[in-house]
Design a protein around this ligand. Structure first.
Ligand code: ADP
Ligand code: MG
Length: 256
């Protein structure tokens, strides 16, 4: 099994949208999936129509009040969740350098139960974001093909290599870049991807998530793309990405 984090320090590049829609796509293919919401904004929790205020949540796990296994909730979409809420701000304050591996420790006993554990990481360079990175076997970097994505990707990759691999000996971790908000009909998006490909080559996934307003509609309706618009190219792209992950998880190490 693999633990997969959706991470980049920039906000608004599709971390939540990607983690949620990928989790649902995997579950619809019969995989046992746990989604961990590490962001105090609780967007992933709300997207899958759970109430952030309903205990237990990841806060109780970090407080030591509940083992992770007893804090898991079922969603209507076949995905299990460790939910988030604003109380995670207090955890963020309390964590200290050296606490990077806490989430990894909480998740270890859950690994036999799941085919995939997906982590939606918060933006910024604070301790919970690092907890999400340190728990991952595979780091998916959702990069927007709308704006200058390359800086944000380089920043994340250099942090992972310097801190996660060297300081925490996590050099087994792999990185892949998933382009989101891709507009095939403009010159801009293809140029961003081809520039990135010169630098990161095979670490760039060939599947790209198209730009579409349907994604924000899906969030507002608390209904993942696979149910709201299953034939939409946005839903299909996450389905293709889920197939890639399944092959990757099976050790087939498919071409990106
Ligand atoms: N492929 C896409 N096309 C258009 N809008 C998108 C796409 N993916 C996400 N969005 C929208 O962009 C905003 C930021 O996405 P989100 O997944 O919340 O990013 P992050 O978690 O990285 O902050 C949300 O309003 C979301 O609905
Ligand atoms: Mg988010």
């Amino acid at each position: 099994m693999r633990v997969i984090s959706f991470s980049i320090f920039k906000g608004g590049t599709g971390k939540t949208t990607s983690s949620v829609n990928t989790a649902v796509a995997l579950a619809r293919k019969g995989k046992k999936v746990l989604l961990v919401d590490l962001d105090q904004q609780a967007s992933a929790t709300r997207y899958l129509d759970l109430d952030p205020e309903q205990a237990p949540s990841l806060y109780d796990v970090y407080m030591g009040a509940k083992p992770a296994a007893l804090a898991i909730k079922r969603t209507k979409f076949g995905v299990d969740m460790l939910t988030s809420n604003g109380l995670l701000a207090a955890i963020e304050e309390a964590l200290e350098p050296g606490d990077e591996l806490k989430l990894a420790e909480f998740l270890t006993p859950l690994k036999p139960t799941y085919d995939f554990i997906l982590i939606d990481t918060p933006p910024g360079k604070a301790m919970l974001a690092f907890n999400g990175l340190a728990a991952a076997d595979l780091i998916i970097i959702p990069a927007s093909a709308e704006r200058m994505a390359v800086d944000g990707v380089a920043d994340l990759i250099s942090h992972v290599q310097r801190i996660m691999w060297n300081k925490f000996s996590l050099s087994h971790q792999e990185l892949r870049i998933l382009f989101t908000m891709y507009r095939a009909t403009t010159a801009h998006s293809p140029a961003i991807v081809s520039n990135a490909r010169k630098i990161w080559r095979d670490n760039i996934l060939s599947v790209k998530i198209p730009h579409s307003t349907v994604f924000s509609r899906s969030y507002d309706a608390k209904t993942p793309m696979a149910l709201l618009e299953p034939k939409h190219s946005g839903a299909i792209s996450y389905d293709v990405f889920a197939d890639w992950l399944i092959k990757y998880n099976d050790g087939q190490v498919p071409a990106s």
